[in-house]
Design a protein around this ligand. Structure first.
Ligand code: ADE
Length: 346
């Protein structure tokens, strides 16, 4: 039984459903994240041997690295089903209580963006996760009554792009906390090759590598690029995807050799040209770029930091010499950290 479509917050049509179909369904199919997969595999085997539900699991890391995929894999490996939800969609305690009381033993409740769960809702989750009980207040006000509800033993899989924003009590209630890191180019080559096979389109090793190198360490981006490249190959009446077609398609889509897109390049260019290379606060950058601050923190910055285009200091973001070279801009003057007015002196 799958209850997935019922409460899913994700689009179930078009591109997202194709990307969903490319997801691995078991740990043995899963490429990369070796230590995460190993830890999960042991926890799942041990829980199954004991005949118990799996402990609650928290996944953290940038978007597109496989947090949702792993939640589905866990349900599959536990031979159970998954109910999906997200922090922002659980606006009221009653929303959460409704879901929790309908869960069956061993089922997985996936809560995406769990750091955005409202505090009042989060407080209902503590006894639910720890004791599989909730105290629900009926008729709030002078005649309030509390009813204690017993829940089936379920597993919460939480996902967050910002582990640092989780409260201590919530973090403490997860038995395993696993961080997903960016994938290597070799791992992405394997993912692109596997996905091309599932899509039924031949791809040369050089083309797989070109896609992998521009995928920002992220399988979701690799699979998106693969689909754009496939469109190009199809329109050019090619038998399969060769390197030239892949590179041309990605160039046309504005994705450069380092995997940066137009927002990444605008972000770095503004730091360099308008803020003399930094340091500059993220709120100033968000205002200048007319973008959400959360988008910059969750989507843009993690890869720029990991790839050495950006440094984050206590006084703000700084572009690196590598960023200047990549954009073809003159090197920044070496900053004197003790220069009066830059806040570094004293
Ligand atoms: N598709 C998306 N992510 C994947 C992964 N980690 N392994 C295999 N296929 C994938």
């Amino acid at each position: 039984m799958s209850r997935q479509p019922l409460l899913s917050s994700q689009a179930q049509n078009g591109e997202e459903s194709v990307l969903t179909n490319l997801r691995p369904r078991s740990l043995s199919e899963y490429i990369g994240q070796r230590s995460v997969v190993e830890n999960l595999s042991i926890a799942i085997r041990a829980a199954r041997e004991r005949g118990e539900p799996l402990e609650h699991i928290l996944f953290s890391g940038p978007p597109g690295l496989g947090k949702t995929t792993l939640a589905h894999v866990i349900a599959e490996e536990m031979e159970s089903s998954i109910v999906t939800s997200s922090g922002p969609s659980l606006e009221r305690a009653a929303d959460l209580v409704g879901i929790l009381t309908n869960l069956k033993a061993g089922e997985v409740l996936f809560i995406d963006e769990i750091h955005r769960l409202p505090r009042v809702v989060e407080e209902y989750l503590y006894p639910a996760m720890e004791d599989f009980q909730i105290d629900f207040v009926l008729d709030p006000g002078p005649h309030a009554r509390t009813v204690r509800l017993s829940l089936a033993r379920f597993t919460i899989v939480g996902a967050t792009t910002r582990a640092g924003l989780l409260t201590g009590p919530l973090r403490d209630r997860f038995g395993l906390s696993l961080h997903l890191a960016f994938y290597s180019v070799e791992e992405l080559v394997s993912i692109v090759t596997r996905s091309a096979g599932l899509l039924g389109i031949p791809i040369s090793p050089a083309a797989s590598e070109a896609v992998a190198m521009r995928a920002r360490g992220t399988p979701r981006i690799a699979n998106r690029l693969l689909k754009r490249v496939r469109d190009f190959a199809q329109i050019a009446r090619k038998e399969g995807i060769d390197e030239d077609t892949a590179v041309e398609a990605m160039d046309v889509h504005g994705v450069d050799e380092a995997g940066l897109d137009s927002l990444d390049r605008r972000y770095l260019r503004i730091i360099i040209e308008q803020y003399s290379g930094g340091p500059v606060g993220v709120s100033a950058l968000a205002a200048t770029l007319n973008e959400e601050q959360d988008t910059l923190i969750d989507v843009v910055e993690p890869f720029l930091l990991a790839a050495g285009f950006l440094n984050r200091t206590s006084r703000g973001r700084c572009a690196t010499p590598r960023a200047c070279r990549h954009l073809g801009l003159p090197a920044l003057p070496v900053q004197d950290l003790f220069e009066p007015g830059r806040g570094g002196g004293g």
